[in-house]
Design a protein around this ligand. Structure first.
Ligand code: PLP
Length: 388
């Protein structure tokens, strides 16, 4: 057992601040009581602010990001409906697979892992879609957690408009929401989906959706056979502050505290600026180590994580193991086809400069021990200079 606190620097779940832990450390209350209804009525408007929506419906389920994928699809798509998806990392590929597993017809466009989703590609695919069964939805992952690449959701919506196509825009914001700028209304998103365990600084346990008017209408008219994930009864009962099932009561107390911290106290623009600042410091260190950032174009760098490519002959799992065993530092593994080739530094959620410096120090030592040729201190120094 190592002394001191463990460093959880995977790209989610993230560190839960003591304040949030304390807010959840309380007796469970009756979820049919007026006290519970008041809690619901407090957290839903706060979540609307985080999503950047005035009238979008926020839907909370016990679950995780994977459940949120399913919820976002079964409410608006019917079996046999066609969807357009892109494979530019592990999670965009899994989102497409979820759609296929549910019986939708998925056109999955392969892209490079390290590349963003180009708006022009979306526009071209939609313009070419002239058959009798048009795409009903375009599936987008805002921040690919496997590659550390962000895509421009606003530009993708403009491309969809330019193509004159009526497909819904369904966006995974699992590793971007509450860490990076996201604007549900302004960007014309129809469904956004998330979990509780990343930018919101909560433990895992909730699937969170934001649903716009076109998606609500699609859900009213059709969708798939569904029960637990049907958002209609949730939205109906939420109006009075309740849920059609037992909600994750304790997490909702945590969410109320998280929203206080993010929206009222620090303020969302400052939260995004902090993530940018910390990410810049991490990237300065990676460059000083002469290691490659997997994201190809700097304008699409993720502010919530950085995926670092290992030099020839170095296994990222070995570096990660050394960091964990020697320093109690957890880093993200390479997922899917990039297993062993990259490691991921999570820099999202409750985090500050000192924690980033500690993380980089531990990683620098682990890299050196694993055989990466670097001059000790260079990466950390580059980060310090960036922060100064
Ligand atoms: N989408 C993205 C972008 C993710 O990063 C993850 C998990 O890391 C998921 C979906 C799946 O979420 P969960 O693991 O909460 O089911």
């Amino acid at each position: 057992m190592l002394s001191g606190r463990p460093f959880l620097q995977i790209p989610g779940p993230t560190n839960v601040p003591d304040r949030i832990l304390r807010a959840m450390d309380r007796p469970v209350i009756d979820h049919r009581s007026p006290e519970f209804a008041a809690l619901t009525r407090e957290v839903l408007p706060g979540m609307r602010q985080v999503f950047g929506t005035r009238d979008g419906a926020v839907v909370l389920y016990p679950g995780s990001g994977t459940g949120a994928w399913e919820a976002s699809l079964v409410n608006v798509l019917a079996p046999g409906d066609r969807v357009l998806a892109f494979n530019y990392g592990h999670f965009s590929a899994l989102f497409a697979r979820t759609a296929r597993n549910l019986g939708f017809e998925v056109d999955e466009v392969p892209l490079r892992w390290g590349q963003e989703l180009p708006a022009e590609e979306v526009e071209a695919r939609l313009k070419a879609d002239r058959g009798g069964n048009p795409y009903r939805a375009v599936l987008v992952v805002h921040n690919e957690t496997s590659t550390g690449v962000t895509s421009d959701v606003g530009a993708i919506r403009q491309a969809m408009n330019a193509a004159g196509h009526g497909a819904l825009l369904v966006v995974d914001v699992v590793s971007s929401l509450a860490s990076m700028d996201f604007r549900f209304d302004e960007w014309g998103v129809d469904v956004a989906l998330c979990g509780s365990q990343k930018g919101l600084m909560l433990p895992p346990g909730m699937s969170i959706l934001c649903v716009g008017p076109r998606a609500l209408e699609a859900g009213e008219r059709g969708g798939s056979p569904r029960s637990f994930w049907d958002w209609r009864p949730v939205i109906r009962d939420n109006a009075a502050g309740f849920f059609p099932y037992t909600p994750a009561t304790t997490l909702l107390f945590g969410l109320r505290e998280a929203l206080k911290m993010l929206v009222e106290e620090e303020g969302l623009p400052a939260v995004y600026a902090r993530h940018r600042r910390l990410a810049d410091g991490v990237r300065a260190a990676v460059r000083a180590w002469n290691l490659q950032i997997l994201c190809e174009r700097p304008e699409f760098y993720s502010d919530s994580l950085t995926a670092v490519v290992m030099p020839e002959g170095i296994d990222s799992d070995d570096v990660i193991r050394r960091a964990r065993e020697r320093f109690g530092l957890s880093l993200g593994v390479g997922l899917g086809r990039i297993k062993g080739k990259v490691l991921r530094i999570g820099h999202l959620g409750a985090l500050n400069e000192l924690e980033v410096i500690g993380t980089l120090g531990g990683l620098e030592l682990a890299l050196a021990e694993a055989g990466v040729r670097l001059e000790l201190g260079r990466g950390v120094t580059a980060c310090l200079r960036d922060f100064a």
